[in-house]
Design a protein around this ligand. Structure first.
Ligand code: NDP
Length: 280
């Protein structure tokens, strides 16, 4: 028997339907939720993401403000723009599309975003709140991962959870969220010795590595919940996850597809963060 597919696209659509009603309620209170998206340079993948985010906003009725800046934009100019957006009452969420060009200090930019408008949850203040268990903005991809695990119906409490990848935007915050739900959490990375023996322990396995088809069937415990965060562009327009879907779906209990798993949920959580900020 094959794994049950965790349909991120379907779940994201249902969430967006619900959000439409919340937007209408906010508008009735005189609040038009607004998301500012800042893109510096012409990274093709970033351009696609920004376009999709704009479309999502339109779908649920969030007003999106786009700020496209030249790749040579000085850091100070970007910081000044964020300052303006922090003060702008029409803007409830601010997102600076990463990566930024090399001459700009990413952390300085993220620190500049007002924590209560930090729609991506990358400001270290929000990272600190997450670690401390305080209320704050939760990064979108890890929040989406958690929703997909919940969709499986498998309780996290007491389970062996293994996250492969320790980036600030995916791996680390995902591990913290799993810990918050009382999982027994292991974080793996490129220096982990004998990775398969660790991943095989996982009742819940999250792959955020950035290598196409990296997690093979013999690295997965039968029946496990497997969440594939990877988006790896192959030749042409094809996209592959970090999990070898073909092999792993034969032994896992639940699996997310790529595309159609974590990606749409990440986008839905961005809308969710913006709406929460607008409702405050
Ligand atoms: P990073 O490149 O920042 O991090 C990758 C992590 O994988 C690192 O911690 C690295 O370890 C680890 N790693 C690399 N090689 C190995 C290995 N051989 N064995 C074990 N661990 C290894 O990537 P991101 O976290 O930003 O993204 C991960 C993937 O998720 C990418 O494919 C990205 O495109 C995708 N992504 C998808 C999103 C979505 O919406 N679905 C959103 C964001 C990202 P070390 O730290 O030691 O170098």
């Amino acid at each position: 028997m094959g794994a049950e597919i965790l349909d991120g696209s379907g779940l994201a659509e249902r969430m967006k339907e619900e959000m439409k009603a919340r937007v209408a309620a906010l508008k009735a209170r005189g609040i038009e939720p607004g998301l500012a998206v800042v893109l510096v340079g012409e990274n093709p993948a970033s351009q696609i993401y920004v376009r999709m985010k704009k479309k999502d906003c339109e779908t649920v009725g969030i007003k999106s403000y786009e700020f496209l800046r030249d790749k040579d934009t000085p850091e100070q100019e970007l910081l000044d723009l964020i300052d303006e957006l922090n003060k702008d009452p029409r803007v409830h969420g601010i997102l600076v599309q990463l990566p930024l060009p090399g001459h700009i200090d990413e952390l300085r930019v993220l620190e500049k975003i007002a924590p209560e408008k930090d729609a991506d949850g990358f400001n270290p203040i929000n990272v600190g709140r997450l670690v401390a268990g305080a209320e704050g903005m939760i990064p979108c991809t890890p929040a989406g991962v958690m929703e997909l695990i919940k969709l499986s119906g498998v309780p996290i409490k007491g389970k062996e959870c293994v996250v492969v990848g320790r980036s600030n935007i995916v791996g680390k915050p995902t591990a913290i969220l799993l810990l918050r739900e009382h999982g027994t959490v292991t974080i793996c990375h490129s220096r982990t010795t004998d990775l398969p023996s660790v991943t095989r322990r996982a009742d819940i396995l999250v792959a955020a590595v950035g290598i196409a088809n990296f997690i093979k069937a013999d690295m997965v415990k039968p029946g496990a919940v497997v969440i594939d965060v990877g988006i790896n562009r192959l030749e042409g327009k094809k996209v592959a996850g970090d999990v070898d879907y073909e092999g792993v779906s034969k032994i896992a209990g639940f699996i997310t597809p790529v595309p159609g798993g974590v990606g749409p949920m990440t986008r839905a959580m961005l809308l969710e963060n913006t709406l929460r900020a607008a409702g405050k």
